[in-house]
Design a protein around this ligand. Structure first.
Ligand SMILES: NC(=O)c1ccc[n+]([C@@H]2O[C@H](COP(=O)([O-])OP(=O)(O)OC[C@H]3O[C@@H](n4cnc5c(N)ncnc54)[C@H](O)[C@@H]3O)[C@@H](O)[C@H]2O)c1
Length: 425
């Protein structure tokens, strides 16, 4: 097997996850190049002997020779389209982080370009590659529950994760970023459409709001920054000191590379992560439901909430039985419960613990790319067409929520594609 050479465009959290795969699979991949304007992030890779480092994705993709077999686009959401176009031009295989773009017209345009492309172009819809969803899909396809009729799927974001990313962090404001149903839950739209038989979604409705993380719930006298003497320090679970200075070893403490308490306290000064969760410029929902009807007649309901422990739970209900899959905190066990109507018997399948942060999804996606590059094929669980469709489901759900309507998804897609055609090239 040929070792596949990877180049990371953006060396943040996601690149580190892929880097972690590389460290554990030295026989399959090597990191050939990394680009990021942040020297401290490049230095992390230099520590592992990666010296082919660049200050921007442009510099890396402008090299006269290809620096790697596969580029992984891990730049911020609004910086995916241009590197993807350039990487296509240069003939790289491409893994691109979700979402393709915060704008529906750009998703459609990029999707069209990628479908005409012979090399690999894969959106990192990692849930498809988790042990749990892979097995649920296999069991459903094998007919273990007869014909699928109903899908129930929930994403429990977890309150501190929510406060970090969607109140204080990068994805807090739909104007500067995009709606939550895209930035977080396009994974969920994708896995629902995958499990629903890869049928197209026909109609969609949605409800949801930002109910809690707003000014009206601010403790009396709370300053803009928690460390400026908040009177609710002992009782507020979102006080920055609890989360970032004294919190356990969660990934959100990466606000500071220096892990000492003093450094973490300093990192909060003037930082968006230092702010009171009730006094931020956030506007994305903290809970949302989506109802969907697919062209094959399957109906699905999705719930996203901040107010929970972490995890996802999915139930597939068919004419001959039901399947329920559950996973919780990162690193916890995943299981599937299968109930068969005919025998009346229930079986619980406990899945092995995985090492990556996505329940085997990151590893599964990378293994698939390594296999495809080696075999010279371009057929995976994730096609560009289905990825673009699940992005469109997210945009359609947001339109339905904002307008209080039921959106005809095909009509919505046609309007976006028409718009992309007009605005594009
Ligand atoms: N598939 C998933 O499950 C999943 C999970 C989390 C995030 N994401 C997505 O992955 C992407 C990256 O997220 P992240 O959490 O790693 O963010 P991050 O902020 O940690 O990393 C982004 C990096 O891009 C760098 N960057 C900015 N401009 C650049 C340029 N011109 N050239 C090269 N690098 C540049 C930044 O300095 C930063 O280090 C986002 O689109 C995010 O939505 C996907």
């Amino acid at each position: 097997m040929k070792k596949v050479r990877l180049a990371f465009l953006g060396a943040g959290m996601r690149a580190l996850e892929y880097g972690y795969y590389a460290i554990r699979h030295l026989n399959k991949v090597s990191i050939a190049a990394v680009a990021d304007p942040d020297e401290s992030k490049l230095n992390l890779f230099r520590k592992y002997g990666i010296t082919n480092c660049f200050a921007s994705w442009q510099q890396l993709l402008d090299l006269p020779e290809k620096a790697a077999d596969v580029v992984i686009i891990c730049t911020p959401d609004n910086m995916h389209v241009e590197p993807a176009r350039k990487a296509i031009e240069k003939g790289y295989h491409i893994i691109i982080e979700k979402p393709l773009s915060p704008k529906p017209s750009e998703c459609a345009e990029l999707g069209r370009l990628a479908q005409e492309y012979d090399n690999i172009f894969m959106v990192a819809h990692v849930l498809r590659y988790t042990k749990m969803y892979s097995l649920m899909k296999k069991m459903a396809v094998e007919g273990k529950i007869g014909d699928l009729v109903t899908v129930e799927h929930s994403e429990y974001v977890e309150r501190i994760h929510y406060s970090h990313s969607y109140v204080r962090g990068n994805w807090r404001n739909s104007g500067s970023s995009a709606p939550m149903i895209l930035t977080k839950s396009c994974h969920d739209m994708d896995i629902i459409s995958y499990l629903a038989g890869e049928s197209r979604c026909k109609s969609i409705s949605s409800f949801g709001a930002l109910t809690y993380f707003n000014e009206k719930n601010a403790p009396e006298g709370a300053p803009e920054f928690c460390l400026d003497g908040c009177p609710a320090k002992d009782t507020c679970p979102y006080h920055t000191e609890k989360i970032y200075v004294y919190g356990r070893n969660e990934w959100w403490r990466s606000i500071s590379r220096d892990k000492s308490r003093e450094a973490r306290r300093r990192a909060l000064e003037g930082s968006p992560y230092g702010r009171c969760v009730f006094r931020c410029d956030n506007d994305v929902v903290d809970h949302q439901t989506v109802n969907m009807e697919f062209e094959n007649g399957v109906t699905a309901v999705f719930t996203m909430t901040a107010f929970s422990k972490a995890g996802r739970r999915t139930k597939l209900m068919g004419t001959k039985g039901e399947l329920e899959g559950v996973f919780g905190e990162t690193g916890s066990r995943q299981y599937i419960r299968h109930f068969d109507f005919q025998s009346g018997k229930e079986k619980k399948i406990i899945l092995p613990k995985t090492l990556d942060t996505h329940f085997g999804g990151d590893d599964g996606l990378m293994d698939e790319v390594v296999r495809m590059v080696n075999e010279g094929v371009n057929k995976s669980k994730t096609s560009v067409e289905t990825s673009v469709h699940s992005h469109m489901m997210s945009f359609a759900a947001e339109k339905a929520r904002l307008e209080g309507t039921v959106v005809d998804v095909r009509g919505f897609e046609e309007s976006v594609i028409g718009h992309a055609g007009e605005s594009g090239k």
